[in-house]
Design a protein around this ligand. Sequence first.
Ligand code: HAM
Length: 437
Amino acid sequence: MAQTFQNIRGTFDILPEASTTDGTTIAGSAAWQFVESTIRRVLSRFNLVEIRTPILEDTELIARGVGQHTDIVTKEMFAFERGEDHYVLRPEITAPVMRAYLQHHLQQRGGAQKLFYIGPCFRAERPQKGRYRQFHQFGCEVIGAEDPRADVEVIASMLAVYEELGIGRNELRINTLGSPETRPVYVDALKAHFEPHRARLSDVSRNRLDTNPLRILDTKEGNERELVAKAPRLIDFVDEESRAHYDQVKTLLDDLDIVYTEDPFLVRGLDYYTHTAFELENPALGAQRALAGGGRYDLLARDLGASRPVGAVGFAAGIERLFLALQAQNVVLPGTPVPDVFLVALGDVAARWVFREAQRLRREGLRVALDLKGRSMKAQMREADRQKAPSTLIVGDDELAAGVVQMKNMGSGDQIEIPISEVNAYVRGLRTETTTR
Ligand code: HAM
């Protein structure tokens, strides 16, 4: 057999029905639409408005935004050059949104800019369940607000999406990363802590000790976790202002009855964070348990060339992982939509009439199916059944000449004859709010 093409490993097709790729169930397109519209609905309650930025960005934007020494930039970028230009398929959307904010002077819209997004991201990671090379994020960025209420609103908007979808048993962890002024003192303390154990560290951590010691706190290696547990804690190094901000965040979370645990070693995998950092985990997801994460990034604007810092905070969440959490809780998602009516034709004249009638009914807003393969009436009825059409309109040449058609209720099997002049009114009564199979 001639060789056909396959999708690239770590990417997947979203088909009309749920499908399985590499042992993982990928939800069908109707389920994606349902989840996406839920996200939009819930985030708009927070008065967030959508922003869409390009998938292609300047590599330098991501390198400077996310951080030169992060895994994302050193190992995971899909980057390429064309002539003098360096492009990257965006691995995340925070730096792009900040770029757009600065480029378009969005502060001129007034107040804090509250933006949300949904879209694909790309990271050249080793694919496995819950970790892909093309994945989808939704998230929000609140830019131009230093107040801790912005941090807590961001967290609340993130949680609201999971709550609306019925995904419970998530764990929210929070920490403060302090200010950039105190960070070097903490990093020195970390270095001093790990240096005597250099020989025991993995190659990755040894490298991080020289380039980005904070990242060692992210290690998953068992014996290194013990060392991490005894490491100095960030909270003991942060200044008064940062501590006050963190305390207010916690108070406001309490005010909203949001349950959290403090994790003094939560540092996140991107370099732009200052003050608040948080992660939402779902233990049912195993290794890729991080549903979402975010924090404050007051220096990103300056890192991207702005003349002064801009207070900003946001979160991003993986949609594939959200689906895994839905599956873990056996939440039933919408399936493929069914047509309101299936038009069955018997004879050439009837086939032409049906073709025109379908167009008329679609203008009325109905979801109309008909045969496009020239099949027998029996085969058309079978197809209507397969598509779970609740009703069929059966039209024959002779009946047409007599000015009547048959309407069949596929559930009860009842069939009635109606005059052609009444078809429109009758079928309009069949319209449903997207029934699904
Ligand atoms: P992140 O933690 O790198 O943060 O990604 C956020 C979420 O995206 C993760 O919690 C995870 O659910 C999902 N995710 C990341 N990588 C993959 C992957 N390879 N496959 C599937 N899902 C993945 C950010 O991206 C920051 N921009 C978050 C943020 C927004 N901070 C401030 N504002």
